[in-house]
Design a protein around this ligand. Structure first.
Ligand SMILES: Nc1ncnc2c1ncn2[C@@H]1O[C@H](COP(=O)(O)OP(=O)(O)OP(=O)(O)O)[C@@H](O)[C@H]1O
Ligand SMILES: [Mg+2]
Length: 311
């Protein structure tokens, strides 16, 4: 008999209103143990607000959610001990050293004195910070600060980790190294819930949720999202003059976005019922010379554009 696993996160109609404004609107999803879930969406779409509710920092206006089987309102204190949260504007103590910051968080999480050193050494190792224990936090580069912030969020061995734009503003090499750490954690069984605006990072998540105006528009694997939303809905069109063609295309009905891709115009259509012939005819009647149209392999960024368009 297979054991039914309690989802690590389960939300049902989770909603948050600030006055008359709905920041998170009836959001429902489940996350299983060991998943790496990306939570995407335009600025202000409700990602951080969702995370703050799941961390027990903000009460929902309506709906429910459980984290590790615990209710986010009733059991928020117990939840805080089981999760790690690296907030969007993570707080490090700038005038403290690396090791002092970790030690501070060990205190916050009430790590027993007897195991604190061992625990901190483990984090220093994992984050590659062993050579920097005495560096002052304010003097670390962006990438190292991010690693230290991750270390602080992990000091109490959480089974679930919320990362809110952990890599914003760090260079591509540091981002990749940071993601190697995330995969290692996930491989060891930690569940990761991460927001990002980087599509290359989203492509590497097991599943991805898309938020828009507080609503969860989709929640699936990157492959399924592309297949479902973009089947036959992205085209590259040869057109001259190109700039004018892109401008015309972006105003044609059925076009979610038109942009320049090298020397081609790329269009994302709202769905695959829109015929590319209608678009090329639309261009020709406006005096644009049109060449070949090719169906292109869509990216997660295209899905993002499409879903953000469906306001
Ligand atoms: N405490 C608050 N009081 C009033 N409005 C708030 C509060 N917190 C968030 N909001 C609003 O709720 C909406 C969602 O904010 P949220 O921070 O969740 O967005 P986000 O998806 O995390 O955006 P970003 O990508 O910019 O981080 C925004 O319009 C924001 O201004
Ligand atoms: Mg945010």
């Amino acid at each position: 008999m297979t054991k039914v696993q309690v989802p690590v996160i389960k939300t049902e109609g989770l909603t948050k209103q600030f006055g008359s404004f709905t920041a998170v609107d009836h959001v429902s999803f489940e996350v299983r143990r060991g998943e790496v879930v990306g939570y995407l969406g335009p600025n202000g779409s409700g990602k951080t607000t969702t995370i703050r509710m799941l961390c027990g920092l903000l009460h929902p206006s309506s709906g429910h959610a459980q984290v590790n089987g615990l209710d986010i309102v009733r059991d928020s204190e117990a939840i805080k001990r089981q999760i790690g949260y690296m907030s969007q504007k993570f707080a490090l103590y700038d005038d403290l050293t690396v090791i002092e910051n970790l030690s501070f968080y060990a205190g916050v999480y009430e790590i027993p004195r007897a195991t604190e050193k061992q625990q901190i050494d483990r984090i220093l190792n994992m984050a590659g910070l062993t050579a920097r224990t005495k560096s002052i936090a304010s003097e670390l580069s962006g990438g190292w600060r991010q690693r230290l912030a991750l270390g602080c969020a992990l000091v109490h061995n959480p089974t679930l980790l919320f990362l809110d734009e952990p890599t914003s503003g760090v260079d591509p090499v540091a981002r990749r190294e940071f993601w190697d750490l995330i995969y290692t954690l996930a491989h060891e069984g930690t569940t990761i819930f991460v927001t990002t605006h980087y599509m290359d990072e989203a492509e590497h998540c097991g599943r991805v949720g898309f938020m828009n105006n507080g609503s969860l528009m989709a929640f699936d694997t990157p492959r399924e999202l592309k297949a479902h939303f973009l089947h036959g809905a992205a085209w590259a069109i040869e057109a001259t003059p190109l700039l004018e063609a892109v401008d015309i295309l972006s105003h044609l009905p059925g076009v979610a976005q038109a942009s320049m891709h090298g020397d081609l115009a790329q269009v994302i259509l709202v769905d695959n019922t829109v015929e590319v012939k209608t678009l090329t005819q639309g261009l020709e009647t406006r005096g644009i010379a049109v060449g070949k149209s090719t169906l292109v392999e869509a990216t997660l960024e295209d899905v993002f554009v499409l879903l953000a368009h469906k306001r």
